[in-house]
Design a protein around this ligand. Structure first.
Ligand SMILES: N[C@@H](CCC(=O)N[C@@H](CS)C(=O)NCC(=O)O)C(=O)O
Length: 205
């Protein structure tokens, strides 16, 4: 097995999906957690393939982009379905989660107070319910409790990770999406993930 080192900030952010993939697959990896902004130096930025984190070193070679890294690990370790068609479906769910995540990032980091309230209100009342509605449908169609097929895939991990903040901040919304809640609990009950999720470092985002 290659040696893996994940380089990311000391938060969940866009690096957490990579951690979840490794833990779900039972694959050991090293980590460098960089404190933002104090340790995010020009030197470290220049050392990142595209000037951003996360990146993954595989036997010392660096690869960027969280989505590409998560897909790679999933493909290597059985979290990516059984056919090109299932890969496509999983990619679609993952892309949906990234669309939501990007919208959440814009509202979370908005500096103008009025604009922030506007973005947060829209996120909670429109964007999140729409996203959860799509996920509820995905899970209703699959019927297995997982997004795709009969077992855990990258899609379930991406959903779990992406909903983390809203599940904490707006728990009431979830009463309308029982399949999403069931999926979340199912993911959390898998032994490797249960162990990781109960012991990982707690960070705000
Ligand atoms: N699409 C990229 C986005 C990477 C990205 O936006 N990274 C942010 C942290 S989440 C970053 O490195 N910010 C510091 C900077 O750009 O200087 C991915 O998913 O990996």
């Amino acid at each position: 097995m290659p040696s893996y080192k994940l380089v990311y900030f000391d938060l969940r952010g866009r690096g957490e999906i990579v951690r979840l993939c490794f833990h779900a697959a039972g694959v050991t990896f090293d980590e460098e957690r960089i404190d933002y902004p104090s340790e995010w130096t020009a030197e470290k930025k220049a050392a990142a393939p595209f000037g951003e984190l996360p990146y993954l070193e595989i036997d010392g070679k660096k690869f960027a982009q969280s989505g590409a890294i998560a897909s790679y690990i999933s493909r290597e370790y059985g979290l990516y379905g059984d056919s090109a068609l299932e890969n496509l479906f999983i990619d679609g769910v993952v892309a949906l989660t990234v669309d939501y995540f990007d919208t959440w990032v814009r509202s979370y980091f908005e500096e103008d107070a009025n604009k922030k309230v506007e973005l947060e209100t829209k996120l909670k009342n429109e964007v999140l319910p729409k996203f959860l509605g799509h996920l509820e449908k995905v899970l209703t169609d699959s019927g297995s409790g997982f997004c795709s097929g009969q077992r855990l895939t990258l899609a379930d991990l991406a959903v779990h990770h992406t909903l983390e903040v809203s599940y904490r901040d707006f728990p009431d919304i979830y009463a309308n999406y029982p399949k999403v809640v069931e999926n979340r609990k199912k993911v959390e009950s898998l032994p490797r993930l249960k162990s990781y999720l109960s012991s990982r470092k707690v960070t705000e985002i």
